[in-house]
Design a protein around this ligand. Structure first.
Ligand code: HAM
Length: 435
């Protein structure tokens, strides 16, 4: 019997995983620089946590992996991080102890979407939630952190789109206006959009059916040619001021953005600022990160009225975008200590262990293979250095260490090998460094 990983999931093997670890380390360090503290929540939660906040979105309605536990509780594999972070924020009284909580998270998310390039059923997000402020400066801080994290990952050519969806009152007015516009075309909408019309008319904005999409955005081909899409969100003065302030703050931070694009976000909790970062050339799934303000979610989950804003980036997509931007350099690391005959194995084993204890990646042959086979393996394993320990080396207390990366060789006293290699590895082995 053979098995494969479930549809829409992937195994991560060593080479790929090294890139993941580097990204995870760099975003953790960056989050700390902005004063964000990590929070880990379980990968499953009560279904109600998501159902109550985003009942009308596809992510919640159609794409959740739901199961019932032995106590007949309905649980879901978390489709996103924000609601879970807010749940934890309230459960641990961070609203009382921290006031403004700056939280960072990283981990797997699950959506039963139709898998395609860049879209998985288990994928990974890193993100932040800044809970406890209505200030536009905090919107800008979150966007800056998002943009910085992509830069640090080596993503170039990313485009930042920002927009405002207005406050709840604006959204009610905007929804009514959109219904007015769509009412004469109700019969032309797909069945799903007809039901969205009353429940959440904004969802029609991101319907996959081109006719619904066109009707919702009210675009004529002439408008489209002029790029003259009209935002469906009507903003009150306070929301307009807030959006202006966010843009001013981004300019102060030297962050380039496009505030002329109109787009809809696939989750219901957003108010005011929303943003998406796209990397053209990434394919159909070109959004690497997205987020926005959600000033009512804390209250909806039982807390006091609290302003909040955050973002999440998809690790798979960020890494793919980084690969397009800069081809990954293969960095060699560690020492392969080869032995010309089995009589040396014990000493090789002792030295390899001592090297590992000193933080050096060290490998050896345990099968008594030929030197040629050992060199081949050292190369295959991506070792940076190779050294051969034979009887002569032991007698003369000298060993030649060959650097495969720069193609040079140098001799070191055998009794100083561990010390020398530890120093060398500290100076050159950046892959190992976290934070
Ligand atoms: P989202 O737009 O649903 O937002 O997801 C954020 C990012 O996660 C996307 O831009 C994409 O990179 C990645 N992503 C989403 N679905 C998939 C998938 N099926 N396969 C691969 N990558 C995927 C949220 O999740 C919000 N919680 C963001 C947020 C945080 N808003 C406020 N705070």
């Amino acid at each position: 019997m053979t098995f494969q990983a479930p549809r829409g999931t992937v195994d991560l093997l060593a080479d790929e995983l090294r890139r993941w670890e580097a990204l995870e380390c760099s975003v953790r360090a960056l989050a700390a620089r902005y004063g964000y503290q990590e929070l880990r929540t379980p990968i499953f939660e009560e279904a109600g946590l998501f159902l109550r906040v985003g009942e009308t979105t596809d992510i919640v309605q159609k794409e959740m992996f739901t199961f019932t536990d032995r106590g007949e509780r309905t649980l879901v594999l978390r489709p996103e991080g924000t609601s879970a972070i807010v749940r934890a924020y309230l459960e641990h009284n961070l609203h009382k102890t921290q006031g403004h909580a700056r939280l960072f998270y990283l981990g797997p998310m699950f959506r039963a979407e139709r898998p395609q390039a860049g879209r998985f059923r288990q994928f990974h997000q890193y993100g932040v939630e800044s809970i406890g402020s209505h200030s536009p400066w905090v919107d800008a801080e979150v966007i800056a952190l998002c943009v910085d994290s992509l830069k640090a990952a080596g993503v170039t050519g990313a485009e930042l789109w920002i927009a405002s969806m207005g406050c709840r009152a604006d959204q009610a007015r905007s929804a009514e206006a959109l219904r007015e516009r769509l009412r004469p075309h109700l019969a032309e909408l797909c069945e799903e959009c007809r039901s969205r019309f009353e429940k959440n008319v904004f969802r029609i904005l991101d319907c996959k059916n081109p006719r619904c999409h066109r009707l919702a955005w009210q675009t004529t081909s002439e408008q489209e040619a002029r790029g003259a899409l009209q935002s469906p969100f009507l903003l009150c003065q306070a929301c307009r001021d807030h959006f202006e302030m966010v843009q001013a703050a981004l300019r102060l931070a030297g962050i380039t953005f496009d505030a002329t694009k109109v787009f809809a976000r696939g989750l219901d909790y957003y108010t005011r600022t929303v943003f998406e970062v796209k990397v053209p050339g990434l394919g159909a799934q070109d959004a690497v990160a997205a987020g926005g303000r959600y000033d009512h979610l804390v209250e909806e989950l039982g807390g006091p009225p609290t302003g909040a804003v955050g973002f999440a980036a998809g690790l798979e997509r960020v890494l793919k975008a980084a690969q397009i931007s800069v081809p990954t350099a293969t960095t060699r690391r560690g020492l392969y200590l080869a032995s010309p005959d089995a009589a040396q194995t014990a000493e090789v084993f002792r030295l390899v262990h001592a090297l590992r204890e000193q933080g050096v990646v060290a490998l050896m042959d345990a099968e008594g293979r030929s030197l040629k086979a050992q060199f081949r393996e050292a190369d295959k394993l991506g070792c940076r250095w190779v050294a051969v320990l034979g009887e002569t080396e032991r007698q003369q207390n000298r060993i030649a260490v060959k650097d495969l990366q720069v193609g040079q060789q140098r001799e070191v006293p055998l009794d100083r090998l561990v010390e020398e290699m530890a120093r060398e590895a500290r100076a050159t082995d950046h892959q190992n460094v976290c934070g």
